[in-house]
Write a protein that binds this ligand. Structure first.
Ligand SMILES: NC(=O)c1ccc[n+]([C@@H]2O[C@H](COP(=O)([O-])OP(=O)(O)OC[C@H]3O[C@@H](n4cnc5c(N)ncnc54)[C@H](O)[C@@H]3O)[C@@H](O)[C@H]2O)c1
Length: 360
């Protein structure tokens, strides 16, 4: 099998994680990374990756700062099959003409619009429709989680409609000295918030509305869902549907995982790189079903959830794995994606919780 040659342009929160994930893939080579930064963020990559300058100004500034620059972004593009653009929102779309001139395939991220690529990607939902395309957009962290969770219920024939409230992190930890909010919550100024409509760029058939707010914390998003089912169902039906879907893992209050920080700490204790969680973490003991309505809450590790999707998007564009299942099997094994984080995690009814709301 020939190996796919990859460039990552934009070595920030998402880009550095994608670069590390590419290194783990048996069918991919990371040729280099490109950026415009000159400080610790790019210096930390020296010796691990060939570093390229994304702009002429950056080239001069990086050399002045002592970064050994391997060449320009165009030099890098000349050596690769696919570029993953993880530059900030809207910078990426401005790079498209450069990528097209270099005849490389492109994976964009959720900061760009669906219209930029004409295709939006979540592996388990629509991998096959990206096969052989020139570009796609891996949807945002929140949208990825919604597609995974609501898609699982839809695929099980359980979902009539879903209404969700999303509490987002204020800013990413590395830049929290620059901004963010304290001691308040900031509702998004529009209902529905953009994540619901964005979900439909991947699964148009989902009946979903989202309301969002920014919280005063810096790590992970938290979703609360009220779901109208197609029929009277049991907790086991809903949990079974979620368990049957990939990249959803269960956490439990009964295990002491009672808040966002508990899960974040657990990921570090499990030795995950940067403490990342690629799975959507659904609180199993909070899944509640009353007749034909279900309620659930889950946690989204925004800095990492799109990384496996990005790896799969590369395989879809290059047609190096024929199906979502084939690509995801490689990605999930190399990253170590799990369905449960703790031993003994298959309990359907955690101790200490009664099922008195389950009337099915
Ligand atoms: N941060 C998240 O939680 C998150 C989650 C999912 C998706 N995304 C999306 O991923 C994309 C990247 O976001 P991020 O959070 O990683 O951003 P970031 O700010 O952490 O990283 C962006 C990197 O791009 C570099 N850069 C800036 N201008 C550049 C240019 N012209 N050429 C090359 N490099 C340039 C910056 O120096 C930085 O290293 C965005 O589309 C964002 O919406 C972010």
């Amino acid at each position: 099998m020939s190996r796919t040659r990859i460039a990552v342009n934009g070595y920030g929160v998402i880009g550095k994680r994608v670069a590390d994930a590419v290194l783990l893939q048996p069918d991919m080579d990371l040729v280099g990374i490109a950026d415009v930064a000159t400080d610790w963020r790019i210096k930390a990559a020296i010796g691990r990756f060939a570093v390229y300058a994304s702009t002429d100004e950056a080239d001069a500034a990086m050399r002045t700062a002592g970064v050994p620059v391997a060449g320009t972004l165009d030099d890098l593009l000349a050596q690769v099959d696919v570029v993953v653009d993880t530059t900030p929102k809207h910078v990426a779309a401005g790079n498209l003409a450069r990528y097209q001139a270099a005849a490389v395939k492109v994976v964009f991220q959720g900061g760009e619009s669906h219209e930029t690529t004409g295709h939006s990607f979540v592996a388990q939902a629509n991998y096959e429709s990206a096969l052989g395309r020139d570009m796609t957009r891996v949807v945002s962290c929140n949208t990825t989680s919604i597609v995974r969770v609501l898609g699982a219920l839809q695929d099980a024939g359980l979902l009539a409609r879903a209404r969700g409230v999303l509490i987002r992190r204020a800013t990413d930890p590395w830049e929290s000295h620059l901004g963010g909010i304290m001691n308040t919550m900031v509702p998004e100024p529009k209902i529905p918030s953009h994540q619901g409509p964005d979900t439909k760029t991947v699964r148009p058939e989902l009946d979903v509305v989202t309301i969002a707010a920014k919280g005063a914390h810096t790590q992970t998003h938290n979703h609360y869902w009220s779901i109208q089912l197609t029929r009277t169902a049991s907790r086991e039906d809903v949990i079974g549907a979620l368990r049957a879907a990939p990249r959803i893992a269960f956490i439990r209050m009964a295990d002491g995982l009672v808040a966002l920080n508990s899960t974040i700490e657990l990921m570090k204790d499990l030795g995950r790189p940067r403490g990342d969680m690629w799975e959507v973490a659904v609180w199993e003991d909070l899944v509640t079903v009353v007749g034909d309505e279900a309620y659930l809450t889950y946690q989204v590790y925004n800095e990492a959830i799109v990384v496996p999707e990005t790896i799969d998007a590369i395989r879809a564009l290059t047609e190096t794995a024929p199906t979502a299942a084939a690509s995801m099997a490689i990605t999930d094994a190399t990253l170590g994606i799990r369905q449960d984080f703790l031993a003994g995690g298959q309990r359907a009814h955690p101790p200490g919780r009664t099922d008195d709301l389950d009337r099915s």
